[in-house]
Design a protein around this ligand. Structure first.
Ligand SMILES: Cc1cc2nc3c(=O)[nH]c(=O)nc-3n(C[C@H](O)[C@H](O)[C@H](O)COP(=O)(O)O)c2cc1C
Length: 249
């Protein structure tokens, strides 16, 4: 049986080994996490096949429920298809604005995509036949989506480390996008990813810069044991983190 968790027990320091991250490597991982941004302004250019494959390999090394690997990537190289995707996003942008009611005008001012400007456009979709995968999905079938989101996040972080911007666009009618890209019945598109060089990365989330929303304090998201019990962890105190690991937003 596992020993009960003792909050006061000191965590043993892992012995230095080839499996350990150096301080610099650890700082680089946190830097990629904190400086990753959802980008919608691209400066054209290109992404070499070598780098693109490195990024796709990073995505393909994401975790997945029952090792299902439910991600499929369509690289859109056709200008006509890009225009088609752009049109679908614009259509949904209008519908979303209508659904937002009083925030309609604020929403319409936001740039929500870079489909025409980014060096690369990748569409990420779930494949058909997912119902055969039961491991970890019997009660939570949406774990296929969760797994694919993990793959996309790997790609996003790796792109930041390659100094490339990425934007995740989900403003589209999935049935219309599936039809445009001739997906088989049962396939389900989840993301249009815009990827490529950018002039600079936003210092803070663009939606924060545009005063659409702000990041909630971590403390508000934390509980101990049961939902209503506030956590004793003091998330607002960053004293224990070295300065180069502090979030910049
Ligand atoms: C599942 C998912 C879907 C998203 N869809 C869109 C989108 O359709 N359009 C858009 O402008 N941003 C989209 N985003 C990006 C978010 O707006 C962005 O992550 C958020 O504002 C925080 O900014 P940051 O990623 O720079 O930290 C999406 C992000 C996620 C995780």
């Amino acid at each position: 049986m596992q020993a009960p968790h003792r909050p006061d027990a000191k965590t043993p320091t892992p012995a230095a080994s080839t499996q350990s991250f150096s301080d610099a490597e650890r700082a680089a991982v946190y830097r990629a996490i904190h400086e990753r941004r959802d980008m919608r302004h691209f400066s054209g250019g290109s992404v070499s096949d070598e780098v693109l494959l490195r990024l796709l390999r990073a995505a393909h090394h994401g975790p997945s429920v029952g090792f299902m690997q439910p991600w499929r990537f369509i690289r859109v190289t056709s200008g006509a298809l890009r225009e088609g995707i752009h049109a679908l996003v614009e259509q949904e942008r209008g519908r979303t604005a209508e659904a937002l009611g009083e925030r309609k005008n604020d929403f319409m001012k936001l740039k929500v995509q870079g489909v025409l400007d980014a060096a690369e456009v990748l569409v990420v979709a779930l494949p058909p036949g997912r119902e055969a995968h039961i491991f970890g999905r019997r009660t939570l079938p949406e774990m296929d989506i969760a797994s694919t989101a993990c793959a996309i996040q790997n790609l996003w972080l790796a792109a930041r480390a390659e100094n490339l911007g990425m934007g995740w666009v989900s403003l589209f009618d999935p049935a219309a996008l599936a039809q445009l890209l001739q997906m088989p019945a049962g396939a389900h598109p989840l993301a249009v990813l815009c990827l490529g060089p950018v002039t600079e990365f936003y210092a803070r989330p663009m939606l924060e810069q545009e005063k659409w929303a702000t990041r909630a304090p971590l403390q508000q998201m934390l509980m101990d044991n049961v939902w209503a019990q506030e956590s004793r962890l003091e998330a607002e105190s960053d004293a224990a983190a070295p300065p180069d690991q502090l979030p910049r937003d």
